[in-house]
Design a protein around this ligand. Structure first.
Ligand code: IPE
Ligand code: IPE
Ligand code: MG
Length: 249
């Protein structure tokens, strides 16, 4: 179902939105609650954001759920996050499938429990032929890990096929192979850094930072981000005049 939100011109809706969902811990601490309370609220904000993106006709939504560095947090918090990941996959799989959403998990899943790895494989298989939107969850993901695993696999493939590494495209070996690059990159929670999220892929993404803490991010906040995106002129190295003359279709 397309949303006919009058403030959003469908032509300027980003095809791919990537989000660093940051600020759960501070959101909880502000209410004198445990940080993990914020992570639970964060799942609700994610559910709403998936629905909003689908209603705007976004093709791909990629969210950063757990970084390769987040293992450094207290074990109790990591355990809660892993538990929430499993629970959310279990609870949301059928809904995603019913809404024709394809789920893809990117990141090094070898460090997850066998049960969680099994669940990920199961939900990806269930939703693999869905076509309305792709939801990419980055879990135990690091941009540096992604580039390094891509280069290793590319070199191995070149060797096995007796070809040169120059015959291949790095994009085809990244965990995001086949997906368009993010048009709009959002970080909530006030920090203005990338924290090892997509590095290669955001070369020409429009960056949007907001102080809103992730559990408070809702459709209005998403609309504000998309409105900001729609005012930008993306030049990809061209001049402004070239763009006005239609250099990019
Ligand atoms: C983001 O919120 C969620 C994860 C990193 C898993 P944080 O937990 O980083 O929240 P803050 O930044 O401490 O407020
Ligand atoms: C980035 O947030 C990771 C996720 C949102 C999953 P962090 O809270 O881990 O980032 P830093 O440590 O503040 O840079
Ligand atoms: Mg944080």
């Amino acid at each position: 179902m397309q949303d006919t939100d009058s403030q959003i011109n469908q032509a300027t809706v980003p095809r791919h939105i990537a989000i660093i969902m940051d600020g759960n811990g501070r959101w909880a601490l502000r209410q004198n609650k445990a940080r993990t309370f914020g992570h639970k609220a964060g799942v609700n904000a994610l559910k709403q954001t998936i629905e909003s993106c689908a209603s705007y006709g976004v093709d791909v939504l990629t969210v950063f759920a757990f970084s390769s560095e987040n293992w450094l947090r207290p074990k109790q918090e990591v355990d809660v996050l892993m538990g929430l990941f499993m629970l959310t996959l279990k609870n949301q799989a059928n809904k995603l499938h019913k809404n024709n959403i394809r789920l893809k998990i990117i990141g090094d899943r070898s460090r997850f429990s066998t049960a969680l790895q099994g669940k990920i494989t199961e939900v990806e298989a269930l939703t693999s032929n869905n076509t309305s939107m792709t939801l990419v969850i980055a879990a135990n993901y690091g941009g540096q890990w992604d580039i390094s695993q891509a280069l290793k696999r590319l070199a191995k493939h070149a060797k096995e096929t007796n070809k040169s590494v120059d015959d291949f495209d790095i994009n085809d070996f990244l965990s995001t192979a086949g997906l368009p690059e993010p048009d709009l990159f959002i970080r909530t929670g006030g920090e203005q850094r990338i924290s090892n999220f997509l590095l290669w892929q955001i070369a020409y993404s429009e960056l949007y930072f907001t102080d809103v803490l992730w559990p408070d991010f809702d459709k209005n906040e998403l609309r504000t981000a998309i409105m900001s995106y729609s005012t930008r002129q993306r030049r990809f190295g061209h001049t402004s005049e070239q763009i006005s003359a239609g250099a990019i279709k």
